[in-house]
Design a protein around this ligand. Structure first.
Ligand SMILES: [Zn+2]
Length: 238
């Protein structure tokens, strides 16, 4: 394990713990010492002006450590993809079950996701499988919404970005976070409608939001609220 100059430890109810490192950075643009818990990346960033001594930045963090610990309570418990684990995917709960001798790859069957082969590779195989499923799912949804505004898109891809749920480039390439598969479907629909609306308006103008509201039948505020409250939990599956 890497040794950090400073780190926090989250202790779980099941006896496990997680180390959250602190990254210090001197910045020309910085005007004061600032602590930013980046909960998705699971790192605490401390930026401070060039004229401030490093030891002062550390002392500042020391003073704020109760506040930081409080922020870290928001980090959801990890759900590890392994034999016997339960995950919710597209609003359906599945139990992951390893069948080492089967030669069928990964497949859904009722409430199970069965995985053949060596348990050592199970985690990666399930993730690859879910990514492929999400790519198909997103492509279909994107087609559905694009048709509503009579626009064509180029290519749909899935990513594992931590900073955004979707993006749309000016060449019509749209990408989504595969982790949205763990979110409610009304939230997925909102993200797809949002990215598709960018095919018409490559900005967040009034006109853009009118397009979103025209094609998305759900409640935009509700979907955004869900993401800001629960977005982190989508990263807890690992
Ligand atoms: Zn946007």
């Amino acid at each position: 394990m890497k040794a950090y100059e400073y780190s926090f430890v989250i202790k779980r109810g099941d006896g496990t713990s997680e180390v959250i490192p602190v990254e210090f950075e001197r910045s020309i643009r910085s005007k004061s010492i600032k602590i930013t818990p980046q909960l998705q990346k699971k790192v605490i960033r401390v930026t401070y002006p060039v004229y401030v001594l490093h030891s002062r930045a550390v002392a500042f963090l020391e003073k704020q450590k109760n506040w930081v610990a409080k922020q870290l309570e928001k980090v959801p418990e990890k759900v590890e993809i392994k034999d016997g684990a339960k995950i919710t995917f597209l609003e359906h709960e599945y139990t992951i079950s390893n069948i080492p001798n089967a030669r069928r790859g990964v497949w859904f069957e009722e409430n199970y996701i069965f995985v053949s082969g060596d348990p050592e590779f199970l985690n990666r195989r399930v993730k690859d499988f879910l990514k492929v499923e999400m790519k198909k799912y997103f492509t279909e949804k994107t087609r559905f919404y694009a048709k509503k505004i009579g626009k064509k898109f180029n290519n749909v891809s899935v990513k594992d970005t931590v900073s955004r749920w979707g993006s749309c480039a000016s060449n019509g390439n749209i990408s989504y976070s595969w982790r949205l598969g763990f979110a409610p479907i009304f939230v997925i629909d909102y993200i797809v409608a949002h990215e598709v609306a960018h095919l018409e308006e490559l900005n967040h103008s009034y006109k853009f939001w009118r397009v979103v509201k025209d094609i998305y039948s759900g409640d935009v505020d509700e979907a955004q609220k869900w993401l800001s409250r629960n977005g982190l939990s989508l990263y807890s599956v690992d």
